[in-house]
Structures are given as structure tokens and as C-alpha cells.
Design a protein around this ligand. Structure first.
Ligand code: GCB
Length: 658
């Protein structure tokens, strides 16, 4: 096999359907992520963005590997095929006016970029992608550089020896959106007849559009020859939260190649928000250590404290034995503790009640592409409505949004891309574990991440679910013992085989929508009964991780009728009643509306332009239920955490005293 073809372990185009029925799953090692610190400038590092307009070619659906066989990556794409302009970052699906939207298989991107002459001097250059969905193959100047599978997660490669310095370079990316039974998430590819002969169809059971392309930023960054490759941070607080400890552990890359460096030291400095140094330490030939500080300002969630999301800056300096400064990397750190037991989840020793959302990275035109305007608008809305949490349903969200959540005190249940998992196989297990390994490696230092969600609505009634989820949960725990594990379960509690492997039970249920449609009188007691049954079965804290109703903004009907704004409000209110009764039981710890905003799905007769369960429209304007939810979330905030009501929470009606 040629070296180019061996680059393609998953031979694109042969979308083989393989799964086993009954199996014995074994715990095999998965590849460990290295490096991948978020690209940040410092006195020893430069960062350059490759975002912008790239050239784009769609492969022939019936011939997805043609570009590889014909080596399109060895010259400009425009010399092989007519190209069209394509923005990066963005999903490619909704950009053109032809049916690129439903394309299945490979597409190609390329662009040129300059590398300054100054970069050739005694440093290393890295190419980093924030996310390409689903599988990416990358070449620079015709040489293969990196291949990565599983969207929504970053990957990088060293390109020091491949670049032309002081000259132009070309980057080529092939991206494959095909989902099969052993990808995460799963899908099916079938060949069916159409009016022109045969065509390929991608189907999937999950309820969001399979947007694809270069979804997040592409960066080139420099590091010194010997550099800080990884930083892992954990924190501890004394019982009254006044004394804090920041434990850091650093990995260094490149010291083996540099014989002059036989002893390395880490100088760690911690600065408060005003930039004052509050702690420092220099390690003695070690790469880990602890910073201790008094008078700590802990990281608190929004509305749980007057100063939420307090972040310190941790400065890590890598020094040679002669004190020569080799590298500097800075990151934000929040000091907080998490703990949980059979009935509670606590932050800094205080019980938490989650009032949040399931969300999507989704918007008009750019699909799942990173969009700072949208991200800031969404956080403004989250704060306006009084939410303190969201789940990254149903895949890891952008690193930029994780940093934003840290700053704003929004708690995150961080979900891996396993959604509607079924047909369990050894290969699927390996990729599922790898997605968690990559996620935890990426997000472990974020104070906002308070829980890992290892799946959404897996088919946990099936025979193999027990051992499969035991392996997935134990693997997750082996990577991070500081956060609890959950999964959003939808099978009835009587059939579930996953809950015993979790720390916190989350369940999704659509009373008055998918069950007993329109029956508002069949919500409250059903929610109470089901939550109670989950708690009784597993003796663990319980969250309702999804509830809601599709709602067409502007459709009004009284008495409330499905799809109307009145109906969504009523469905919410009936749930609120149940939640308040459940809260009194002591083990019910959170409510998450489905969904924050309307979002696009695959075409279906149950979806009018997508899923309309948003509290906000797709263009991020409130439906009537948003105002109701806002009143509840602030009422809970005042009741539980003594937060202030915003002045405009209640509209003036009458002076009832006079
Ligand atoms: C669910 C899924 C979510 C769907 C939602 C719905 O249970 O977790 O992905 O969008 O239901 O609206 O059907």
C-alpha cells in the first residue's frame, strides 16, 4: 500500500456497516492526547490565524477518494477542479445556493499563507485546528501533516520542517462528513435509487443537522525548541474557603533534544484580577508544584455570589538551570471545590441547584461555525434569563465558549459527542473513550466544567449497554476523579442499564409532547413519579436534563394548543410545579429546559424548519416562555442564593396598596 493510502485508515468511500450483536467488550488502551494548549501569545510565542476565505471543492459523491488518488493536494485545488470561496470557520452546508447542504462524503479546502523569515530561527511551528467535522486529512505543501477523526475537538501537528520560511505555503484539507455505525456519533450510509440512477444517503437518528466543514479557527503558532507542552491544574480550598491551593503539573517537550538543558525549573506566579501577584513558587528541578494563597476569592457560579466567575492568572515560566527563560504560558484559573454525595452536588461546600438549558452550536448560514457575535449574544441572554448552567448537548463546544463560561460563572455539564449510541462494538467503544479522553484533556482546567456527560440518550436498555457503560464510566473516572459523571438517559428507568455506573442521574422526558401530546393535565405528577423512581432505583441525585415543547413564535392560541406560545408556557409551568415538589425531597438538583434556541435538524415531517423547542428563536429573540422562565430562574436565585431581582423582572401593573 502506498504511504498516501495508508494515511487513510478509514478508507473513505467504503462506508462499511459493521456491528456485532452480542459481544464481549474489553478495555483496550486508547491513544493519549499530547500538548494542544490553547494557542496564546507570550514573550516566547507567536500566534497567527489562518481564518478567512479558503478555496473549496466538493468531491463527486460517487467517487469520494478521487482527490486522494489524483493527488489534488500536490498543487492548488483550482488546478484540479473549479473552486468556490468558502469561509473558515463555518459549516459549508448553508453557504451556497445549490444543494451542498445535503452533500455526503468528502470536500476539499485550500489556501496560501506566508511564513515570515523570522520564524525559521530556533523555534518550532505548530498547526492547530479547533475542530473539523467529521474526519480531517491535512497536507502542507503537498506533504501529509495530520489526520484526525471526531468533530468538535482540536488537533494539531508540528510543521517546523515542512514550511517554507520567508515564502508562500499551501495548506490543503480534505474533510469527510460520513457517519457510520462505528463513528461517534453514529449514522448510516445507504445507496438508493433516485431519478438519475443511484445516490448515497446519510441518515442518523440524532436530532440536529449534521453540519460539516472547518468549524473552528485554524492557527499557526510558534514555541521555543524546548517548551511547555502541557499544564494541568487542580485547586483546593480550606473549609471556610479562605485559603486556597493551586496544584500545577507541567510537561515539557524538547528537553531531550537539548543537551544543554539537564535541569529544568518551573517558576509559577499567580496574579489576581487587578494584576497583583498573590503567590509564587519556583520548583527545584521538578515540573509540578503548589501555590498557596490566603484571602482567596473562590470561583462561584452566576447569581450564587455577588462576584461570580472570579479568575486568577497563572503564569508558568520554564527556566533552564542557569535561569535562562525558555518559555512562558499563561492561563486563567478559578479556585473552587466540587463534591457530591447520594443527594447533593456542592460547589465550595454549598449545595447547587442547576437552572439551565440544553443548547446547540447552531445558527443561520454559518451552521456550527464559531461565531463570536453569536457567542456573546448567547451569554448575554443566559445572564438575562438568570440561568447558571448549560449542558454542551450533544458534543464539545468551542474552547472560546468554555473560556467565556469561566469568566461569567456559567456551570457546564460537558458532553462528549456520543448521542443516541446503539449497536455497541469494540471499535465504537474505542472511539467513544477517545472522544472523552480528548474532551477531558482539552477542558480539564476550566472551573466552569463541573460534570462530564458521557452520552446523550444512549440505548441503555439493550443487552450490551451494561458492560459498555461500565467501561466508559470507569475510563472517564480514571482520567478525572474531581468531577462527577452523568449521562442524559431517555429509556424508561425500568429498562436502563447505565445508571448504576453514573454519579448523577439525568433524564430527558417530553410529557405533553412526545407522550400524552397536548395533555397539560398529565405533566406534573408524571414528572414527580419518574424523578422519584430514578432516585429510588439508584439512590443518587437526579436532574431533569430535558423537557419542553416545540413552539412557533407568534402562534397564539387559548386555551393552549400544541405549537403555540401559550402551550410552551403552560408546559413549563406544569414542570415548575413538579420541580418545586421534587426540590423538597432533597435529591433533585436541577432543571434544564430543552432548548435554549431553535435549531436546524435533518428534514422531517415532525420539524418545521428545524427543532422549535427554543426559548429563544434561532435569531436569538425571546419567545413568551423566555419571560416566564426568567421570572422562575431569578425567583430560584433569590430563594436559594439570595441574588437580587433585576429591575425589569416584573412589569408594572397597578399600585395594589392604594
Ligand atoms: C431529545 C434529544 C434532543 C432532541 C429532543 C427533541 O430527547 O436529546 O437531541 O432534540 O429530544 O426535541 O426531540
Amino acid at each position: 500500500m502506498s504511504s498516501t493510502l495508508s494515511f487513510f485508515s478509514l478508507v473513505t468511500g467504503l462506508y462499511v456497516l459493521h456491528f456485532s450483536l452480542a459481544l464481549i467488550l474489553v478495555n483496550k488502551e486508547v491513544p493519549q492526547t499530547r500538548g494542544m494548549l490553547y494557542p496564546r501569545e507570550s514573550e516566547t510565542r507567536e500566534v497567527r490565524s489562518l481564518d478567512g476565505i479558503w478555496n473549496f471543492v466538493r468531491s463527486d459523491q460517487a467517487n469520494p477518494t478521487q482527490g486522494v488518488r489524483d493527488e489534488w493536494y500536490t498543487k492548488d485545488l483550482s488546478q484540479s477542479r473549479p473552486t468556490i470561496p468558502m469561509p473558515v470557520p463555518a459549516s459549508y452546508n448553508d453557504i451556497t445556493t445549490d444543494n451542498l447542504r445535503d452533500h455526503v462524503g468528502t470536500v476539499w479546502y485550500d489556501r496560501k499563507f506566508f511564513v515570515p523569515r523570522s520564524w525559521s530561527k530556533n523555534q518550532r511551528i505548530w498547526l492547530r485546528f479547533g475542530s473539523v467535522h467529521y474526519e480531517a486529512f491535512v497536507w502542507i505543501n503537498g506533504q501529509k501533516v495530520v489526520k484526525h477523526e471526531i468533530g468538535h475537538l482540536p488537533f494539531e501537528a508540528e510543521v517546523t520542517d515542512i514550511l517554507n520560511y520567508g515564502a508562500e505555503n499551501r495548506i490543503t484539507v480534505m474533510c469527510d462528513n460520513a457517519l457510520i455505525q462505528t463513528t461517534v456519533p453514529q449514522g448510516k450510509i445507504t445507496e438508493v435509487p433516485n431519478d438519475n440512477g443511484m445516490t448515497i444517503i446519510q441518515s442518523y437518528t440524532f436530532d440536529f443537522f449534521n453540519y460539516a466543514g472547518i468549524h473552528r479557527s485554524v492557527h499557526l503558532y510558534t514555541t521555543p525548541r524546548t517548551f511547555i507542552e502541557e499544564v494541568e491544574v487542580t485547586t483546593a480550598l480550606s473549609e471556610n474557603n479562605s485559603v486556597g491551593e493551586v496544584f500545577y503539573s507541567v510537561s515539557v517537550n524538547g528537553s531531550a533534544a537539548n543537551e544543554a538543558i539537564n535541569v529544568l525549573n518551573i517558576q509559577a506566579n499567580l496574579y489576581d484580577k487587578e494584576g497583583a501577584k498573590v503567590a509564587n513558587t519556583t520548583s527545584d528541578g521538578k515540573l509540578d508544584g503548589c501555590l498557596k494563597l490566603t484571602g482567596v476569592k473562590p470561583w462561584w457560579p452566576y447569581l450564587m455570589h455577588p462576584e461570580p466567575g472570579y479568575l486568577y492568572e497563572l503564569e508558568i515560566k520554564l527556566l533552564a538551570a542557569n535561569e535562562e527563560l525558555l518559555d512562558v504560558y499563561r492561563l486563567k484559573v478559578g479556585l473552587r471545590t466540587l463534591s457530591w454525595n447520594k443527594s447533593q452536588f456542592l460547589i465550595n461546600g454549598k449545595p447547587v441547584y442547576f437552572r439551565g438549558f440544553g443548547r446547540h452550536e447552531d445558527s443561520d448560514i454559518r451552521g456550527k461555525g464559531l461565531d463570536n457575535a453569536l457567542m456573546v449574544r448567547d451569554f448575554n441572554l443566559l445572564k438575562w434569563i438568570g440561568a447558571n448552567a448549560y449542558r454542551t448537548s450533544h458534543y464539545p463546544y468551542s474552547e472560546e465558549s468554555m473560556q467565556f463560561a469561566d469568566q461569567h460563572g456559567i456551570m457546564i455539564i460537558d458532553e462528549c459527542p456520543s448521542v443516541d449510541t446503539e449497536n455497541y462494538s469494540q471499535e465504537l467503544l474505542g472511539k467513544h473513550k477517545s472522544s472523552l479522553e480528548q474532551l477531558i484533556h482539552r477542558d480539564r482546567n476550566h472551573p466552569s466544567v463541573v460534570m462530564w456527560s458521557i452520552a446523550n440518550e444512549p440505548r441503555t436498555a439493550s443487552m450490551n449497554a451494561d458492560s459498555y457503560f461500565e467501561l466508559v464510566a470507569n475510563f472517564t473516572r480514571s482520567l478525572d476523579k474531581t468531577r462527577p459523571i452523568t449521562a442524559a438517559i431517555a429509556v424508561p428507568y425500568t429498562q436502563d442499564k447505565s445508571g448504576r455506573h453514573l454519579d448523577i442521574i439525568s433524564f430527558n422526558r417530553y410529557n405533553a409532547w412526545y407522550s400524552n401530546t397536548g395533555r397539560l393535565d398529565m405533566v406534573t405528577q408524571n414528572v414527580i413519579d419518574e424523578a422519584t423512581a430514578w432516585n429510588k432505583q439508584y439512590n443518587k441525585p437526579v436532574i431533569m436534563s430535558e423537557y419542553g415543547a416545540d413552539t412557533l413564535e407568534g402562534l397564539h392560541m387559548t386555551p393552549a394548543y400544541v405549537w403555540s406560545e401559550e402551550f410552551q408556557e403552560e408546559v413549563f409551568a406544569r414542570h415548575f410545579k413538579a420541580f418545586d415538589q421534587l426540590r423538597k425531597k432533597g435529591w433533585f438538583i436541577g432543571e434544564f429546559v430543552w432548548n435554549f434556541a431553535d435549531f436546524k435538524t435533518a428534514q422531517s415531517y415532525t420539524r418545521v424548519g428545524g427543532n422549535k423547542k427554543g426559548v429563544f428563536t434561532r435569531s436569538r429573540q425571546p419567545k413568551a416562555a423566555a419571560h416566564l422562565l426568567r421570572k422562575r430562574y431569578f425567583a430560584l436565585g433569590r430563594d436559594l442564593d439570595q441574588c437580587q431581582f433585576p429591575e425589569d423582572l416584573f412589569t408594572y401593573i397597578a399600585d395594589l396598596i392604594s
